[in-house]
Design a protein. Structure first.
Ligand code: SF4
Length: 94
């Protein structure tokens, strides 16, 4: 991690409202909860699809969506079936 040595005022604060880089490391759909409403697919079509049982399954291309979109898709699920996990393996949503 390079320190900002050339920062004119020795910037003491870190961050400053910059959104974090990719935080979602894994997505899971709880099939026992999913009711096939397809809201998640409407929001993130590369990340979710319905299988032949009308349950959402995470697609291999989910990383094509940015975290914000994936977060919106997860929040759109009426039954909280979409679980998001961070890089440390901890569940971050819901
Ligand atoms: S929004 Fe939730 S309930 Fe609807 S298809 Fe997606 S995972 Fe299933």
């Amino acid at each position: 991690m390079g320190a900002m040595a050339n920062s004119p005022n020795g910037n003491a604060h870190h961050g400053g409202g910059q959104p974090e880089k990719r935080k979602i490391a894994r997505i899971e759909v709880d099939r026992t909860l999913c009711i096939g409403s397809a809201t998640c697919i409407a929001l993130a079509s590369e990340a979710f699809a319905l299988d032949n049982e009308n349950k959402a399954v995470v697609q291999p291309g989910w990383k094509k969506h940015d975290d914000e979109t994936l977060w919106e898709a997860a929040k759109s699920c009426p039954v909280f079936a979409i679980k998001l996990f961070g890089e440390d393996g901890k569940q971050i949503y819901p």
